[in-house]
Design a protein around this ligand. Structure first.
Ligand code: THU
Length: 143
């Protein structure tokens, strides 16, 4: 298996952060994911005057990649001002497309302080497509 270069992924996340549209929160976020096919996809947070419509950098990166035909990712990097970690909603979206043991690197804007985690550590016992299908089968005949 090819070795994952988290430094390269962090650098791409740092560059993506420069595109962040966050005039309301002023919390600028960049994310990068490495697909199973070896390509890097990036995303930034995009806010809206109607605050609730904001989409996080992590989900934007994943949704961009899935829109291009990707379904599986082997690593993620996120860059913020202070090394903040993904929100709960993003953790669930990450969980859908990444293995629990996949690495997640979190860094500050200078990529000086890096913390390493995994998808499973960020979301223990996350909801899975498998659990969904199992529950659906159990209620197939219910109206
Ligand atoms: N944000 C992200 O992009 N990713 C996270 O994991 C945390 C929060 C964004 C959403 C919003 O634009 C700003 O950061 C403040 O919450």
């Amino acid at each position: 298996m090819k070795k994952i270069n988290l430094n390269k992924l962090l650098e791409r996340a740092r560059l993506a952060r420069e595109m962040a549209y966050a005039p309301y929160s002023k919390y600028f976020v960049g994310a990068a994911v490495l697909s199973a096919s070896g390509k890097i996809y990036t995303g930034c947070n995009v806010e809206n005057a109607s605050y609730g419509l904001t989409v996080c950098a992590e989900r934007n990166a994943i949704f961009k990649a899935v829109s291009e035909g990707e379904r599986e990712f082997s690593a993620m990097a996120v860059v913020t001002a202070n090394g903040g970690s993904p929100c709960g909603a993003c953790r669930q979206v990450i969980f859908e497309f990444m293995n629990p043991d996949a690495p997640v690197a979190l860094a500050d804007a200078q990529i000086e302080h890096i913390s390493y985690s995994t998808v499973g550590a960020l979301l223990p016992n996350g909801f899975t497509p498998r659990k969904l299908r199992q529950g659906q089968r159990m209620n197939r005949d219910r109206k």
